[in-house]
Ligand binder design. Structure first.
Ligand SMILES: C[S@@+](CC[C@H](N)C(=O)[O-])C[C@H]1O[C@@H](n2cnc3c(N)ncnc32)[C@H](O)[C@@H]1O
Length: 293
């Protein structure tokens, strides 16, 4: 892996009421925007500078207009790489995911509950701080699973939070965690080291380009907190090349549950468990032939 270590971002500062933050995050995620900060009356959305152009701006505006009837005050500004850490850290507080998990930022003092697992995340710009419902849903599903002897692939690892959580829940077999964003892959590596999980293999891989060769390594639990479009393209590949694997999905909006159900049916997956938070869902699925009920 050759991470670049630097990335400039565009910040979209959207002035809206906090009550609208969740629906806006949900809608903007559909345009592939995955990093958000919440202020009093502004939602800050970030995307790599390389992905921002006139067509993207138009697509975002049209989507907001179609969904909400108008576009709120919205200002785009360039954010140099060097501004990042301080900006981000100022916003982060420990997050209690459940009685089992607490996510804290490096150097923050916390007192976990008895038995609570602490995951230390230094997030840089990677998604996976626990500030998003989809991360919380994935962690809550994972804590219900017997993970010790599962060979795990974590697609779209972000900060590495899910792979690290798997290790902390007792998993001891090889884990491959990857992301197509160099910044994320580099950050996941740092976080794995900080959490005594440096044996997690972290790679810079695009799931839409290099999945098959990796699936052939025989994973039996695949974590994929990505988004509808990527899931639509990679789930058929997973079904083909890792038919025995259970797949834990998130990044899907509740409004897209009918689409997900149809996709699962077409591919011959049965739903083991779906849970919800805000406008998001997470589903654990397994191939029908493997289904235990
Ligand atoms: C919603 S975030 C999830 C991060 C983390 N796994 C979590 O649960 O908090 C999705 C991640 O998938 C990555 N991603 C998106 N498309 C991808 C692709 N085609 N291949 C690999 N990673 C991808 C993004 O860069 C982002 O870090």
């Amino acid at each position: 892996m050759q991470p670049t270590g630097t990335q400039n971002y565009i910040e979209l500062a959207i002035t809206i009421s906090p009550a609208l933050f969740e629906p806006y995050i949900a809608i903007l995620s559909q345009e592939g925007i995955e990093y958000f900060l919440e202020e009093d009356d502004r939602l800050l959305a970030y995307l790599p500078e390389s992905e921002w152009n006139e067509a993207k701006e138009q697509a975002v505006r049209s989507l907001l207009e179609e969904t909400f009837g108008s576009v709120p005050p919205c200002k785009a500004s360039f954010m140099a790489d060097r501004n990042w850490n301080a900006e981000w850290e100022a916003h982060l507080q420990p997050i209690e995911i459940s009685d089992r998990f607490l996510i804290v930022q490096k150097y923050k003092e916390v007192t976990p509950k008895p038995g609570q697992i602490v995951i230390e995340i230094n997030p840089k710009m990677s998604f996976g701080t626990g500030y998003h419902a989809t991360t919380r849903l994935m962690l809550r599903q994972m804590e219900e699973l017997e993970l010790e002897k599962r060979k795990i692939m974590d697609i779209g690892t972000g900060t590495g939070v899910l792979a690290i959580a798997a290790r902390k829940l007792g998993n001891r077999l090889p884990i491959l965690a990857f992301d197509n964003n160099a910044w994320a892959a580099e950050n996941a590596e740092e976080n794995a080291r900080e959490n005594q999980a440096a044996d997690i293999r972290i790679e810079l891989i695009d799931a839409e380009e290099e999945l098959v060769a990796n699936l052939r390594e025989g994973y039996d639990l695949i974590l994929a907190n990505i988004n509808k479009n990527v899931i639509d393209r990679i789930l058929p590949v997973i079904r083909n090349y890792a038919p025995q694997a259970e797949v834990l999905l998130s990044g899907v909006l509740i409004y897209d549950e009918p689409w997900l159900k149809k996709l699962l049916k077409r591919l011959g997956y049965s739903n083991v468990k779906t849970i919800y938070e805000d406008e998001w869902l997470s589903s654990l699925v397994q191939a029908e032939t493997e289904a235990k009920h």
